[in-house]
Design a protein around this ligand. Sequence first.
Ligand SMILES: [Mg+2]
Length: 377
Amino acid sequence: MSYAPDAIRHLTLSAATLPLAGPISDAKVFTGRQRPMTEVAMLFAEITTEQGFTGLGFSYSKRAGGPAQYAHAKEVAELVIGEDPNDIAKLYDRLLWAGASVGRSGVATQALAAIDIALYDLKARRADLPLAKLLGAHRDSVRTYNTSGGFLNASVEEICENASKSLAQGIGGIKIKVGLPDAHEDLRRVTAIREHLGPDVPLMVDANQQWDRATALRMGRQLEDFNLVWIEEPLDAYDVEGHARLTAALDTPIATGEMLASVAEHEKLIAGRACDIIQPDAPRVGGITQFLRLSTLAHQAGLMLAPHFAMEIHLHLAAAYPTEPWVEHFDWLDQLFEERLEIAEGRMLVPQRPGLGVSLSPRARELTHATAEFGRS
Ligand SMILES: [Mg+2]
């Protein structure tokens, strides 16, 4: 059977605002750099082809940037109409060059991420394979840990309660936020949660970039006793040298990378031996095309992988990473999709459904406040 080229007939971009159940605070709020987070801005791309195949992708932003991502995507989206959706690399390049004047990272490429991810979803659906299988999976499930229960707006008692609920759901690890201006309070919270969990439950901490180098080293040394899986974002996301020194100085693995917005930025982290665990975010680095480039570099450098947020996408990408990764469990986006990811015995199961295995819910449509259509419907 020979391949009959397909063509993209229609593309819909939609912007939605997802309100969170309550205001969320990490260390950036306690140091006065950001206000509590109350919503997530979503950018969806839905593609239909002449042969009737469909793909769904999304990008997102927190606090600011959502309208800019949507505006940029609208400016370039027309360029994929009529093109073969299987030529993802070519289409990515075309979109990238169209926006070359505003660069190859951040908003400019996050706007493209929704389209790129939709193209990968479509390709996997055409092959009738889960995305992980299309990419070449190493496993059918990925270790998962919960983040959403461990923010700084929650008391120690609430965090312990949330952790128990997560573990009862089958989630394997618990991450809590640190980085408070009062280091004693951080240690009190970590001590309490470690006592609550016992010595064997995987526990991570995340300082959200709020320590300076000296504080990170001092805190890192005090945290060595807690058998942490990793210390996340101890320093400013762009302090490659500081991270490298810390990684060399501590036994506890250092994790970072979620704030970086391109492969080029991740490349510096990787080349600088600045972490043990890399935490890329596919929507944030410009999509799956970009994620795969940097995950190849990361594996080549011997790094472990724990992608940030967007578990609906990252479950597949983590399943395709050669060494055993972690995937971050965040229930925030659940209401946007019809399907739920299954969790059992500490692991998130790669869905058997083709593509990403998710479709937009009626709630996602309700939350949509702007839509743009391209091509023929
Ligand atoms: Mg983090």
